[in-house]
Write a protein that binds this ligand. Structure first.
Ligand SMILES: [Zn+2]
Ligand SMILES: [Zn+2]
Length: 771
């Protein structure tokens, strides 16, 4: 008997070749009907026999028929009346009820089929560095505007040859409607130039061979990839790596590396099964992996940390290059210091000529610069440090749709911004630190681009409380929009709530460097009772006063003096602690000035920052005295922590009636200083300090549960990028029967703030509309 069923599918089903796959299965089973994208995913209407429809549903999920990138999250089928039909099955552009929201998908690493073709001498794309198909290749980085069709991408300047065009039009082909489809006859080409842009080689094989030769000879080559330029150098060549560091003006921050296989990575780092899966995933991120001893990787690649940052080749060009170049390349972002990633050929020649010795470029324009994503593991699951290529613009779906469009400005450091439209939160790629003028300029341009791409007209704008934040100033300047300001750490906790679909209240533990508080102090170690609708500060680290607002987060001597004064009170004199302070800040005059500033309260801020305490402890252990990049000292402290230590320092908690409870670090600091004086091993002191911080946070959670009955704990904030601390805290919370929530989709650092802001604003809008 003929039936008609309507099947609604959600998951990753748009922009991944899902509709052609549906078409092929339906035709092979002689089913008629239609398939189209809608606002939630894909809808299929099938008409035919019961058995054929049942088989269709089985095959749609089978590895043989399902497109490799597709992920079906839910599949609901209902019977609808059969219609008169001409026995055809059609692919409709989109839901007649309204356009789908997310037409643009993320950039995806080269698939296995394409790699096989690229290696096949018989294939017409043999050795072609831009091979791609529906299952792989650039997307987000080449889209100029919607709808996502070739004329609206940077591929529009390349006219398809007959062979490519035939595949593009054939619904049975792997390249059906693959917008960037190309071959050597019709598509983009590579070229190797010197620093003046003069051609060294322009024939495919020659270009690769010459670039590889330069890398083997210790030269630095700027390589244009998917989302921007990389600066590449032989990771085993100490001199080359140090030259790159010097020229790029990047003194200390670890470099990322690339290899062609997991086996090549395993020679230098420990690759767990989970890490291997992540490295090989279509998103192909950088993954932080524990270092192996005695690796020939040059020490200057990653000093002061216990991990290497590795990724696998993800563009065809990488694979071709790695057939001939050193087994491991440093592949760091193509920019100087903290400026935005460079993606254009001209700007690259202009800005990177002082860094690179040669340029491996191509004529496929990158419209959106997208950095590599970085992940590590927390609680044996992947967690983001930076979310960009491969993941953006995949939306985070909310249960309820929001009536008004929302723009969330994010934080000023590690900025991302977020757009909310209907039930989707679209978080931008990592933008950077807005204090850099070029990054700020890039921020403004990015907001406009994404707003157009997703057709968002924000009625509500949400931002931080910090009066000096550039993102706040920008938000306040948006015309015709209502502005909502959200406390920094509440936004952190909200990002965990929306990711996990949590509706009610939780115990929020936020551990962070800097976040403006509702009382004007800088918060940073917070326990709050929070939901997406409201928050209440339950407890925090006792305030200490830090002199020199901006310098305080760089120079460790500043929080050290403050914490010592708090801990020792009138017993503290500079003379008495000369033995401790001298190695950290040899300039006695400067120490005096800061100390005086502190005494008189000149340009001092009250803070409960946990990040600054990590800075202070790292410096007291001789691990450095300055953060050349964000969290350098805390990372060194984490890397130093000895395993298997259960001891900790004492803490004091006070709970004044009617006020948040407070934890004082006085005892901790005094005991820690004693350990330093008694020359206890730095690894043991570091572990004891980490254990103490974990105990503080656990203590907050226990106390909060005893007064509220809440049992869910949400963790967020930059300090939770510390694996030692976070893994220990999660374990301790679970041992105490808490259920623990953590960021999995956005970073727990300030890169996740915008998503939390947007989630809070959607609730606010919903509540107002109800009234
Ligand atoms: Zn492919
Ligand atoms: Zn072609």
């Amino acid at each position: 008997m003929t039936k008609r069923r309507r099947i609604s599918i959600t998951g990753r089903v748009q922009g991944v070749g899902f509709r052609p796959a549906v078409y092929r299965i339906a035709r092979s089973l002689s089913l008629c009907g239609v398939v189209y994208n809608d606002t939630k995913g894909v809808t299929i209407e099938l008409q035919g026999g019961d058995e054929a429809i049942a088989e269709f549903l089985v095959r749609l999920r089978s590895d043989r028929d399902k497109p490799p990138l597709a992920r079906i999250e839910s599949c609901r089928a209902i019977d609808i009346p059969a219609v008169e039909t001409d026995d055809r099955f059609t692919i409709a552009a989109s839901d007649p009820q309204g356009a789908p929201l997310s037409q643009v998908t993320a950039d995806i690493a080269t698939c296995r089929d394409c790699l096989a073709e690229m290696a096949d001498r018989e294939d017409f794309r043999y050795g072609y560095p831009f091979i791609n198909c529906t299952n792989c290749g650039p997307r987000y980085s080449i889209v100029k505007t919607i709808p996502y069709d070739r004329p609206n991408t940077t591929m529009s300047v390349f006219e398809m040859c007959d062979k490519c065009a035939a595949q593009y039009r054939d619904v049975g082909d792997r390249r059906f409607h693959a917008q960037p489809v190309a071959c050597a006859a019709c598509g983009p080409r590579i070229e190797l130039t010197d620093t003046k842009g003069q051609t060294i080689a322009d024939q495919g094989e020659q270009v690769i061979a010459e670039a590889a030769r330069l890398l083997r000879a210790g030269k630095i080559v700027a390589i244009k990839g998917v989302g921007g330029f990389h600066l590449a150098a032989d990771a085993f060549n100490r001199e080359a790596v140090e030259r790159l560091r010097q020229r790029k003006k990047r003194d200390h921050k670890p470099f990322a590396m690339m290899a062609a296989s997991v086996e090549a990575i395993e020679e230098h780092a420990i690759v767990s099964e989970l890490a291997e899966r992540l490295l090989r995933s279509p998103e192909s991120p950088i993954v932080l992996l524990p270092k192996k001893q005695d690796s020939p990787v040059s020490p200057s690649v990653a000093e002061g940390v216990d991990t290497y940052a590795f990724m696998l080749c993800y563009a065809p060009l990488h694979y071709l290059l790695f057939e001939q170049c050193p087994r491991v390349l440093v592949m760091t972002s193509g920019n100087v210091s903290d400026e935005p990633l460079i993606c254009g050929n001209e700007p690259a020649l202009e800005r990177l000529a002082c860094v690179a010795d040669a340029f491996l470029m191509h004529d496929r324009e990158i419209h959106r610069q997208v950095d590599d994503s970085i992940l590590h593991f927390i609680g044996e699951q992947p967690a983001f440090l930076r979310r960009a290529r491969g993941y953006v613009p995949t939306p985070i779906l909310m249960e309820k749709a929001c009536r008004d469009d929302i723009f969330a400005a994010g934080a000023d450091l590690k900025n991302t911004f977020c757009l909310a439209k209907q039930n989707q939160l679209i978080c931008s790629e990592h933008i950077g630190d807005l204090e850099d003028a070029e990054v700020y300029h890039h921020y403004i341009g990015s907001i406009e681009h994404l707003r157009r791409l997703f057709e968002v007209e924000p009625k509500v704008v949400v931002c931080d409380l910090h009066p000096a934040y550039l993102s706040v100033r920008y938000a306040l300047s948006v015309p015709d929009a209502r502005v909502v300001q959200v406390q920094h750490h509440w936004a952190h906790i909200a990002s965990v709530l929306v990711e996990n679909g949590i509706d009610g209240q939780v115990i929020g533990l936020a551990a962070d460097g800097t976040g403006y508080g509702t009382d004007g102090a800088i918060w940073g170690c917070e326990c709050m009772i929070a939901s997406l609708e409201r928050f209440e500060r339950f407890g925090h680290l006792s305030y200490y006063s830090v002199p020199g607002a901006d310098k305080a987060s760089k120079q460790a001597i500043r929080p050290i003096l403050s914490l010592l004064k708090e801990a020792y009170g009138s017993e503290f004199t500079l003379q008495k602690f000369d033995w401790l302070l001298k190695p950290i800040e040899p300039d006695v005059g400067r120490v005096h000035t800061i100390s005086e500033q502190l005494e008189k309260g000149v340009n001092c801020i009250e803070t409960s920052s946990l990040g600054r305490v990590f800075d202070a402890v790292a410096a007291m252990l001789g691990l450095g005295n300055y953060n050349h990049f964000d969290a350098q000292l805390p990372m060194a402290l984490e890397a130093a922590a000895a395993a298997g230590i259960e001891d900790r320092y004492d803490i004091e908690m006070i709970s004044p009636p009617g006020q948040p409870c407070r934890v004082s670090l006085g005892q901790t600091i005094r005991q820690l200083v004693d350990d330093v004086q008694n020359e206890v091993d730095a690894g043991i002191i570091s572990a004891k300090f980490h254990n103490t911080v974990s105990e503080i946070l656990l203590g907050f959670a226990l106390f909060c549960r005893s007064s509220t009955d809440l049992n869910k704990v949400a963790l967020s904030g930059g300090v939770f990028c510390n694996r030692y601390l976070t893994n220990r805290l999660i374990k301790q919370l679970k041992q105490n029967d808490f259920s623990v929530l953590f960021n999995r989709i956005v970073p727990s650092n300030d890169g996740g703030i915008s998503v939390g802001q947007a989630a809070i604003a959607t609730r606010l809008v919903a509540a107002e509309n109800k009234r």
